[in-house]
Design a protein. Structure first.
Length: 345
């Protein structure tokens, strides 16, 4: 701590700047402080805070604005969190419970809710698991020469696809499909399911090979999709309203659109990062994010699965409002994921 009076001055400067985006001068501060103190004394204290690297002066005659370092001090020592109302808690729970049994849809809902609540960009990333395998499959006739395949992995991923069926999908066809699935697919790592595996079913299928080929090809496709890392970003355009990002917002949006570097970063975080982490300004690992604040949450579930849920905004976000709500949403998602979900009998 840097002293009660300096803390009070710094807290007022940061709270004011978060609300208005404008620098604040000593005269205004003297009117806001709960006790009388001269403008000259306030200017001396502001000079001291500048010396600590907590304040910056945009113009020689202008007021002071918070530095990136000051936000960290503010969050750790000065911030008074704004508690969630019962209505907010109920709303968040209702939104997240809709797809609580499907990890990927739950994470997608959470990213949308984070974006809506914080007015930041939000995202989730499911980290690639080389050992994830097929737990079960279902084949559902869809009429008009079509069928739907639904596949569940041991890691809880659910993928589906509608494919063309060149023959009648009757009970005999379904029985043969389930036999092939049991013998060749169930228990097989997703990364090992490919066209070569499909070709190896031909001796068993015999003259049914060409009838079954479209269905097995579709199953192979959704297995390949499930084997890859998924990154979904929601609310990128929210960043355009973060005026303090200036022209750098376009570089940040370009970085988010590229995705690969962010996926690589999140993969490293999944291996080494904390369960939940707040990164302010230069604490961020990537150059394009040095003027942002990000919150990352590492979520482990279904024994070997890992996902990262997070937000990205400017350093001038309303920490006292946003952080408690982000933490509540992330902890609720964590609880739902750890309860588990759907299984195929």
């Amino acid at each position: 701590m840097i002293g009660e009076r300096r803390d009070a001055i710094l807290s007022l400067i940061i709270d004011s700047y978060i609300k208005t985006g404008e620098p604040i001068g000593s005269k205004t501060l003297s009117e806001l402080l709960p006790y009388r103190i001269s403008s000259a004394t306030i200017r001396n204290e502001m000079a001291y805070l500048s010396g600590l690297g907590f304040l910056e002066q945009m113009h020689t005659s202008g007021g002071r604005i918070p530095s990136k370092a000051s936000y960290r001090y503010y969050v750790n020592n000065l911030m008074i969190p704004k508690p969630l109302s019962d209505f907010e808690k109920k709303y968040f729970l209702e939104k997240l419970s809709i797809n609580a049994g499907d990890p990927e849809r739950l994470l997608r809902d959470a990213a949308g809710l984070l974006s809506e609540t914080t007015h930041c960009a939000a995202f989730f990333n499911t980290v690639k698991d080389e050992l994830d395998s097929v737990q079960g499959v279902d084949l559902i006739p869809a009429g008009n020469g079509r069928a739907m395949i639904v596949m569940l992995t041991v890691g809880g991923k659910i993928k589906s696809s509608v494919c063309k069926a060149d023959c009648l999908v009757d009970e005999e066809f379904k029985s043969l499909f389930y036999y092939i699935a049991s013998e060749f697919f169930i228990g097989t790592p997703l990364t090992e399911i490919n066209l070569s595996l499909i070709q190896s079913t031909a001796p068993v299928l015999g003259d049914k090979t060409f009838d079954m080929l479209p269905v097995l090809t579709s199953l192979c496709s959704i297995c390949r999709e499930a084997s890859e890392s998924t990154l979904v970003i929601d609310g990128e355009t929210n960043l355009l309203s973060h005026e303090e990002l200036g022209d750098e917002v376009y570089r940040l949006l370009s970085f988010l659109t590229e995705k690969k570097r962010l996926i690589d970063l999140l993969s490293q975080y999944a291996a080494q990062g904390k369960e939940i982490e707040l990164l302010i300004g230069d604490e961020n690992y990537i150059y394009e994010m040095k003027n942002t604040t990000s919150v990352l949450s590492k979520l482990n579930y279904n024994n070997s699965q890992t996902a990262i849920l997070g937000i990205i905004g400017s350093v001038r976000i309303d920490y006292s409002f946003i952080l408690p709500r982000v933490e509540y949403i992330m902890n609720t998602v964590k609880e739902f994921l750890q309860k588990g979900g759907i299984t195929f009998e």
